[in-house]
Design a protein around this ligand. Structure first.
Ligand code: UDP
Ligand code: MG
Length: 308
């Protein structure tokens, strides 16, 4: 298998037949052995029965709606291609960009991400997305403009031993770059959504930020949590040390120990500092378990269908 197309799909009944047809058109021109994998993420409309009409196709049907990341993860794990393309089912990404992605990848990248230079989305969505991409660029220091674009191509090895949780699909470039893979970017087309509705509302802002800090923490400290928590703890010890010295000198000068707010703060800092250091040790123990974990996924697959 040369290339696998992975498409997380949730209530996209009108889009899937059109997308499949466009994909077959583009892929058959490429003269590559390909597979098109739709992951039906618990759709409640006609998506699944429409998928059954398609050929060639691989359909993975999740038991319920587990979210885009889980659907992508299931698709990645079922993909046999040497190259793996991920894209949305909603026709906002354009299959005609796939050859361009392959071309860029062949210039020496492990993953190439799409950049929706001319986006066809609401103003609010565009503004927020630009801000989020800017912040991610600052935090992760990978020079790509658009973190939110689903259309990406990966070499198979990028996604081996790779698990996607929560809503982490937005951070795949950051996670992979941290593992040492080379990330590239090209401009891709972006169309407005014609059929179906967007699955995300404003609360993605809030979740996105929490995930952002988690990924930053994970990238920098997942192999050494003691350094993160330990540093916080030691800084608090130092601060409380200064407070205690000051308090003792003062006590000698006035010949009485005054229990004021500063002394209480010093004591508080010692206690919380100790807790932080203990968190650090706990973190170290936990990551040892994490890295030796048994294979598991936070979702379940109902059935996998392959039609040739
Ligand atoms: N999606 C999914 N499960 C979900 C939410 C979304 O599989 O719980 C799919 C959806 O069908 C689409 C892609 O993820 O193919 C992106 O979703 P959407 O177009 O709603 O996001 P937006 O483009 O508005 O950011
Ligand atoms: Mg969309």
């Amino acid at each position: 298998m040369d290339i696998s197309i992975v498409i997380p799909t949730y209530n996209e009944e009108k889009n899937v037949p059109i997308l499949h047809q466009k994909l077959v058109e583009v892929l058959s021109h490429l003269k590559l052995k390909y597979e098109i994998i739709f992951v039906d993420d618990g759709s409640t409309d006609q998506t699944y029965s429409n998928l059954l009409e398609l050929k060639p196709v691989k359909i993975i049907r999740l038991r319920k709606n587990f979210g885009q990341s889980a659907a992508m993860d299931a698709g990645f794990k079922a993909a046999n291609g040497k190259l793996i393309v991920a894209m949305d089912a909603d026709l906002q990404n354009d299959p005609r960009d796939i050859p361009l992605l392959i071309e860029k990848l062949n210039q020496g990248y492990d993953l190439v991400s799409g950049w929706r230079k001319k986006r066809n989305d609401s103003l609010q969505k565009k503004l927020f997305s630009r801000f989020a991409s800017w912040l991610r660029r600052k935090l992760f220091k990978i020079n790509i403009h658009d973190y939110g674009c689903s259309l990406k191509i990966y070499k198979k090895e990028c996604l081996q031993n790779f698990d996607l949780y929560g809503e982490m699909h937005r951070y795949i470039p950051a996670i992979l770059a941290n593992k040492g893979f080379k990330v590239g970017e090209i401009k891709v087309a972006h169309h407005s959504r014609k059929y179906g509705k967007t699955k995300y509302g404003l609360n993605r802002i809030f979740k996105g930020f929490l995930d952002l800090f988690y990924i930053k923490f994970w990238n920098d400290y997942s192999s050494r949590p003691l350094h993160f928590f330990g540093l916080l703890g030691v800084m608090q010890y130092c601060l409380s040390g200064i407070i205690f010295v000051e308090q003792i000198i003062k006590a000698f000068m006035v010949k009485a120990l005054a229990v004021g707010p500063l002394l209480l703060l010093g004591i508080l800092l010692v206690i919380t500092g100790t807790i932080f250091i203990m968190f650090g040790f706990l973190g170290e123990i936990l990551i040892r378990t994490y890295y030796s974990k048994i294979e598991d996924t936070p979702y379940t697959i109902k059935e996998t269908i392959i039609k040739k």
